[in-house]
Design a protein around this ligand. Structure first.
Ligand code: NAP
Length: 276
């Protein structure tokens, strides 16, 4: 039996689809019934009950974390540490997700899995605390760093561009941040395959290829309104509380050696838009 925490979030919903498709027995929990910060919730992970605990829950308000770093760190850092220790003592493998924001965003070539981290913002620092706590709790974990998540559901850039592109004649989108988009469905599926391949430790999972937000927006808008004029602009045009990385491409080599090439982002975006 697997335990899926946070099944109503963007990635949690994708994981639920994968477990159902694979006919894997699982229990799905979410707030308020199961809160990562509650010891009563964690006590439900008893010895031998869950083979794997898949944690899709997190504080994901990146800009909000700037003013509330302590609360973000409680969820993404300390609570994750308690979850990891509970899993280690109960004999469950913990699957946990982290982010490209644990890096400084100043690189010019893909960040290796073992590159030193230097989080770019408060959310990144909170996730880095969580990563370290999971590693400290024991060996039986899989930390998957990902970036730029999108899905046919939830609040995400791909669905926003699709909506705005259909409504407007012109859009300005930042072209000075380069990274790798990630379909939540691809991420859940790749996570499952990595587990089946016996992967442990830390790995990166994203779509293949790389792009800027402008490239991604253009690809999405073309599918709904080819007449909409998508123009590149600099990040200065959209000031936000949390700093964003100029470059956050993460190396996929070790992941691809285990489960094969990651599909290109254009193919994954098309597959998601076909369902939305
Ligand atoms: N989205 C991205 O672009 C991105 C990029 C890199 C990494 N990640 C990581 O990928 C993972 C999945 O992200 P996502 O985009 O799927 O997140 P999401 O859609 O925001 O879902 C997060 C879920 O966590 C729940 N949650 C928050 N605090 C909780 C708590 N204390 N106890 C239990 N549940 C709690 C939320 O419930 P409520 O609805 O009740 O708040 C929500 O259902 C996270 O670890 C995130 O840090 C995401």
């Amino acid at each position: 039996m697997d335990l899926l925490i946070g099944h109503e979030g963007m990635l949690g919903r994708a994981w639920k689809q994968v477990l159902e498709r694979k006919e894997t027995p699982f229990v799905a929990v979410s707030r308020p019934d199961f809160d990562l910060t509650s010891s009563a919730s964690l006590e439900r992970i008893t010895d031998g009950t869950y083979r794997r605990v898949i944690n899709c829950a997190a504080w994901t308000d990146v800009d909000g974390a700037e003013d509330e770093e302590e609360r973000a760190t409680e969820v993404n850092g300390h609570a994750v540490g308690r979850l990891a220790r509970r899993c280690a003592s109960a004999g469950s493998v913990l699957v946990h997700y982290s982010t490209d924001y644990v890096f400084d965003g100043q690189a010019s070539e893909p960040y290796a899995v073992d590159a030193e981290y230097d989080p770019i913002n408060a959310y990144g620092r909170s996730k880095a605390v969580g990563e370290a706590a999971v590693r400290e709790a024991g060996e039986q974990h899989l930390i998957l760093r990902t970036s730029w998540l999108y899905a046919p559901w939830g609040n995400n850039f791909v669905l926003t561009m699709r909506r705005l592109g259909a409504q407007r004649d012109a859009l300005n989108v930042v072209d000075d941040q380069r990274g790798r988009p990630t379909s939540a469905q691809h991420l859940a599926d790749a996570s499952y395959r990595l587990l089946e391949a016996g992967a442990r430790g830390t790995l990166h999972v994203t779509d293949g290829g790389e792009c800027t937000w402008y490239d991604l927006a253009k690809a999405v808008v073309e599918t709904v309104n080819p007449r909409c004029d998508v123009q590149p602009c600099s990040s200065d045009a959209f000031p936000r509380p949390a700093k964003r990385p100029a470059y956050s491409v993460m190396d996929l080599g070790p992941t691809e050696a285990l489960i094969g090439t990651m599909p290109d982002w254009r193919a994954n975006v098309a597959a998601v838009l076909a369902q939305a």
